[in-house]
Design a protein around this ligand. Structure first.
Ligand code: PT1
Length: 253
């Protein structure tokens, strides 16, 4: 969701209501694109885009509002107007971000990224991608704990599409249980991403089936939170899997 102003607030509220009716548990709001090749935005612009929307959503809906930001200023301000979760693709690495997040007392999603959005897809390089992503995230967890953010407040995200080749993404998804085994909830974002386009040869508007397949695989491999565009379709797919899965558990008793 981008850019404030009356019309944009109305559009954000409309989309928010729609996603909630479709079964979303969390609404992620961001003022900076972090897609491959995206240009950075200034902090003031980010504040102007995000705060009015968070404020409006908080007044109107009872939901968890996640703030997709790396800026300590926005973390602090968003917490005052109803944010319920901080989602930082830079894992609180900006100066002052850890301290700001700690001061809000909010839960935080720490994501792994190699490089910066503008250039991260140019030359992704790992020895052992699973090991390196987990080691990075655990180092960030340790820094958070030192700053007073409890482990129970942290969510981990391998950062699909953030400085990763198609193969890196596939290995990370296949080995997701290794990240889940670290004992913190895992969040994944795979919806419509270019890895789907590259494997299937599909443009971004033709990636729904691929997105659903990956969301289901992530859920089966232990992901707790799935960041998607197509809420209703994803909820349907995962609900049906969960029904089958519960039946298996019940039958084995
Ligand atoms: C994500 C995520 C995010 N993804 C979290 N926050 C985006 N925690 C924004 C592509 O390859 O996975 N986790 N916030 C969106 N970013 C991308 C990245 C979008 C890559 C598209 C691609 O197409």
């Amino acid at each position: 969701m981008h850019q404030a102003g009356e019309l944009n607030i109305d559009m954000a509220l409309f989309r928010c209501e729609q996603m909630l009716q479709e079964g979303a548990a969390i609404i992620d709001v961001g003022g900076e694109s972090t897609r491959p090749g995206a240009e950075p935005v200034g902090v003031q612009q980010e504040l102007d885009r995000v705060l009015p929307i968070v404020n409006a959503i908080h007044k109107r809906f009872d939901t968890i509002i996640s703030i997709d930001t790396s800026s300590p200023e926005l973390m602090l301000e968003a917490a005052k107007v109803g944010a319920g979760l901080l989602n930082d693709v830079r894992a609180l690495s900006r100066p002052g971000a850890i301290e700001a997040a700690a001061a809000t007392g909010l839960p935080v999603c720490l994501m792994h990224m190699q490089g910066q959005p503008q250039t991260m897809q140019q030359q992704p390089d790992y020895g052992n991608v699973v090991r390196e992503v987990i080691d990075y995230l655990l180092a960030r967890v340790a820094s958070c704990e030192q700053a007073g953010i409890e482990r129970s407040q942290l969510i981990l995200d391998p950062g699909f599409g953030f400085g990763k080749s198609v193969e890196h993404n596939l290995v990370l998804l296949n080995r997701l249980p290794q990240l889940v085994a670290q004992g913190m909830p895992v969040l994944v974002g795979l919806s419509r991403k270019s890895l789907i386009g590259k494997v299937l040869g599909r443009e971004v508007d033709q990636r729904l089936a691929g997105s659903l397949a990956l969301a289901l695989l992530a859920a089966q491999r232990g992901a707790s939170i799935i960041r998607v565009h197509d809420v209703q379709q994803t909820v349907d797919a995962i609900s049906l899997w969960a029904a089958v899965d519960r039946e298996m558990v019940a039958g084995s008793e």
